[in-house]
Ligand binder design. Structure first.
Ligand code: GLU
Length: 426
């Protein structure tokens, strides 16, 4: 029998022998995925021996609601809403790439420990890689979550690609006031890799979903080992590494807590909204036409003019240091704000707070109407701006709200705390 993609094979040359899964091959090489997850290319002249035909895909046809499992009495109910990403992925033997293929229900079937924590309802909201997420999809997702909460879910898990998981967490944080935990989870390595983080992340996420932490949070590996996950606040978290399992970090804030594995014991580091403390409220409108301009030395301010003239409704400038751009940008900031387009300044430093009152440049930017983005991540400022502009508020109200902490995105009271900034007389 001829070996096909996905079959288990032994490939031998004069010098080496490899065993693994046959991948799509090139004109020069036969490609084999080894059991350790790595791919090797072997010259086409190698001899291929078929060891085992590939198993049929374990994909479930049931997409919604019923997980098919017997419900365990006394356990809370968690709704798992899947959107795609690596946590729902495996290698596609057609392309050799990792693609989103599992539904939430498949994830549930693959990780039996989850059923000891809760009973589940599952729903496929999207099956996409998260680089394809967009503001309209956040709205659909927020509505799906609110519907599950209204139907009595005790907690929500959203499975999501890691690339833009922080954006979605932030969008949901502004859109939903929640009485129950809403936990976003992903994985950096797909389920077919020995080093996959999907099972531990999912188990920790489920434990947080049944906990008292009624916040939008992100639960992902805290270290490269399988020892604990961190519980990050949805408006404070960023993916800080392309591939490490502990890529997610809270920026400018402590994580809400950690959850040990496998005990699933939760330790909290900050205050948090408790289960039942808030009533469900959904504010799901967004203005998608907003952008971030990342200032670099010598960058033309014309880009700012372009955005102002081509229908952008809000602009975040990711500036340098305390929140600066070159002097030749200032007239164009003034131009944008005079057009009623809020311009919010964040910092490429990531850590620390914006203070545009220390240097001349900053003071000129403020006079031109720029809004200090406090200690928000630039992407959180962007999502918040989209959300604020969607609420039908006046320009002044939007500007005021951008400096006010609404969902844990700004720490402490708003206002510059730089040592040279004891005065406020612009
Ligand atoms: N780029 C894909 C995504 O964000 C895969 C990355 C991942 O999930 O880790 O969905």
């Amino acid at each position: 029998m001829v070996a096909e993609q996905g079959d288990r094979v032994r490939v031998a040359t004069d010098n080496v022998t490899y065993e693994g899964t046959l991948m799509p091959s090139t004109t020069i090489n036969i490609v084999v995925k080894l059991d350790n997850g790595y791919n090797v290319g072997v010259d086409r002249s190698a001899c291929i021996e078929l060891l085992e035909k590939k198993a049929p895909a374990p994909r479930s046809e049931k997409s919604e609601e019923d997980t098919g499992a017997v419900e365990e009495e006394g356990l809370p109910t968690v709704a798992i809403l899947s959107t795609g990403g690596t946590i729902a992925s495996k290698v596609d033997y057609r392309t050799g790439a990792v693609t989103s293929q599992f539904t939430a229900e498949d994830i549930l079937n693959a990780i039996p420990e989850l059923r000891k924590i809760a009973n589940y309802r599952t729903k496929v909201v999207y099956s996409i890689l998260s680089e394809n997420m967009r503001a309209e999809y956040w709205i659909t997702l927020a509505r799906a979550i609110a519907e599950e909460i209204e139907k009595g879910a005790d907690g929500i898990i959203v499975t999501h690609g890691t690339d833009t998981l922080g954006y979605t967490a932030s969008a949901l944080s502004f859109m939903i006031k929640t009485p129950v935990p809403i936990v976003l989870v992903g994985s950096q390595r797909s389920a077919d890799r020995p080093s996959s983080d999907n099972a531990m992340n999912a188990i920790c996420a489920a434990s947080v979903a049944v906990s008292d932490i009624a916040e939008v949070s992100v639960v992902m590996h805290g270290t490269t080992s399988d020892d604990y996950c961190l519980i990050h606040r949805g408006t404070r978290v960023r993916k800080m590494h392309t591939s490490r399992r502990d890529a997610f970090r809270s920026i400018n804030a402590q994580p809400i807590g950690r959850i040990d594995y496998p005990s699933c014991k939760i330790e909290t580091f900050t205050g948090y909204a408790r289960r039942g403390e808030r009533k469900l409220a959904l504010h799901d409108r967004m203005e998608p036409k907003c952008t971030i301009l990342r200032y670099t030395p010598g960058m033309s301010p014309e880009l700012l003019r372009f955005c102002s003239l081509s229908g952008y409704k809000g602009i975040v400038i990711d500036g340098t240091g305390l929140g600066h751009v070159a002097a030749d940008w200032i007239p164009l900031i003034e131009f944008a704000t005079a057009e009623g387009i809020p311009v919010v300044v964040t910092s490429q430093c990531l850590n620390g707070r914006i203070c545009d009152r220390v240097y001349d440049t900053g003071r000129d930017m403020l006079r031109a109407g720029a809004i200090e983005g406090e200690d928000m991540l630039s992407e959180v400022a962007l999502v918040k701006l989209m959300w604020a502009l969607g609420q039908g508020w006046s320009y002044e109200e939007v500007c005021a709200k951008m400096k006010e902490g609404l969902a844990g995105e700004i720490s402490g009271s708003s206002g510059c705390r730089h040592e040279y900034c004891a005065f406020d007389n612009l």
